[in-house]
Write a new protein. Structure first.
Length: 314
């Protein structure tokens, strides 16, 4: 008896095989790129240069936007440290896989030479912990509808991911990827901004409300997340040669306008940002045949772009 290999089409015709239905792309949701291309100029904001840090590494520049409305004491102290060139010549001292990259004074580490710790200058040695703030109802608030494990409410305010507890009347910045926090010792007031870290892995939400979050990286994140991991405890570098030197840290406001990054951030209270959230929650195209219908706070990136020039607008 001879056996014949039937084609998939023939097998489907005689009921032996059910071919998958072709994806219906007539109802495909627009992509974030498509939505951003149609955004209005008024939906973008230019960050205050007083709140922008330029950290120059050998690999390139990292741009950080401070969040003074959430952590005003830390933002002010960081500005003082920057203006007095505290960070210049320090280093990235820790890269813990799926957690954080941290920078500061290597001699201020547990294994450092305490006699060589860099002076803080006129910056404050201790600061009151700014882990939460009172909910500010006067500021724009874009809520997410899908709930959260760590907080009663989550959403975006002033371009940052935020969690809220209406019962206590408090809100706080969340440790999403790219958010910059203030390292500290055990004492709650020991985080003064002289050592900072950025989340480089899955959002470490368990440390929310236990450390002050001072801002987020707008540009150059790959220079921080792509570094070799430290082999010491908690990802600290054990050899001086492993550390990445910080060439300089400057405030954008202290530079001539021509030397500033022309970055813009999409307003999180804009119609385009709301459409991006909806598109990410309900994505349906040739690949995503089953939309999730939900989205996590830290799975939404607030778009950043280079400001369009006059020639780009024509």
């Amino acid at each position: 008896m001879r056996l014949y290999r039937l084609s998939a089409a023939l097998m489907a015709a005689i009921g032996l095989l059910a071919l998958p239905a072709a994806a219906d792309t007539s109802k495909a949701t627009p992509t974030a790129k498509e939505l951003l291309a149609k955004s209005k100029p008024s939906e973008w904001r230019t960050p205050d240069p007083q709140n922008l840090l330029y950290m120059q590494l050998p690999q390139g520049r990292v741009v950080i936007e401070l969040a003074p409305d959430f952590t005003p004491l830390h933002a002010a102290n960081i500005r003082t440290l920057v203006r007095e060139h505290y960070f210049d010549g320090l280093a990235i001292i820790r890269v813990q896989d799926n957690f954080v990259t941290q920078w500061g004074d290597p001699n201020d580490d547990d294994n450092g030479d305490k006699s060589k710790i860099k002076p803080l200058g006129s910056a404050k040695r201790t600061l009151a912990p700014e882990y939460t703030r009172a909910i500010d109802a006067t500021l724009p608030w874009t809520a997410l509808p899908d709930g959260d494990v760590y907080a009663p409410q989550v959403g975006f305010s002033e371009g940052f991911p935020v969690a809220r507890d209406p019962a206590s009347g408090r809100e706080w910045l969340v440790h999403c990827y790219g958010m910059v926090g203030v390292a500290r010792d055990v004492a709650p007031d020991s985080g003064n901004g002289s050592s900072l870290y950025v989340a480089i892995g899955q959002a470490p939400r368990q440390i929310d409300r236990n450390l002050a979050v001072a801002g987020r990286v707008l540009e150059g994140m790959a220079h921080l997340s792509g570094l070799p991991r430290g082999t010491g405890a908690l990802g600290f570098y054990t050899q001086a040669g492993q550390r990445v030197p910080i060439l300089s840290v400057k405030l954008a406001s202290d530079l001539p306008p021509a030397q500033r990054e022309k970055l813009q951030v999409l307003r999180t209270d804009s119609a385009t940002f709301a459409a991006i959230i909806d598109a990410k929650r309900n994505r349906r195209d040739a690949f995503y045949t089953l939309p999730a219908g939900k989205i996590d706070l830290c799975n939404i990136d607030v778009p950043v772009r280079v400001e369009a020039t006059a020639s780009d607008k024509h």
